[in-house]
Design a protein around this ligand. Sequence first.
Ligand code: ZN
Length: 239
Amino acid sequence: MRESLQRLIELQKVDAKLIEIEELRGSLPQEVDGLKKDLTDTEETLKESEGKIKDIDKKIREIEGNISQGSVKLEKYKEQLYAVTTNKEYDALTHELETMQGAINESENQILDLMEEKEENEEIASNSKTLLEEIQQDLKSKSKELKKRISETKNVEVDYLKKREKITPDISISLISKYEKIKDAKNGRAVVPVVRGACGGCFHRLPPQLVVEVKKMNKLIHCEACGRVLVSHNEESDN
Ligand SMILES: [Zn+2]
């Protein structure tokens, strides 16, 4: 057990360094990811509004075509009106004329509605374009900064990852999985030294008998308050 505990201590040291590197990169990786998502979303919105504008233009052209055809017919009806000889003919023609005029009016209203819809989409498209430029600029500078920080820390990170690979095969899978669970739950610190009779993780005062047990390093002992693995202070500060 002593050996396992010593390896666990080594592993904790390596992980502490890896966490330090992670912290040096800060929130940049998440920020870059977030910006990339914003970029895709905004591009999608822009594409959608531009597609709608195209559809609206097509509809407007169709309706305008109908209106001009209708107007030609309307003029024809008006001319025919002079030539009618009976009331019946007159009534029928007036009816046709009114129906046609009604259809033209309705089409004109449709165009007004479509123009309004088009304006709304043009505004969305223009806002999206502005936003897109802002996001692209932000993304460019943050990606650059992240790349710089990664390259600065990459070699050190690789070294520690290699050390980690060397240590882990010598620790039992069940111990590693316990370690990982505590590490995830406790901000990256799963193995802590006993400091002046207290847990070095949560500072909970430990019973003296437990401190003696920890010093022996012959079994896995958890802090009763936070659950971290306790090791002797000397062991932890070696190397
Ligand atoms: Zn504790």
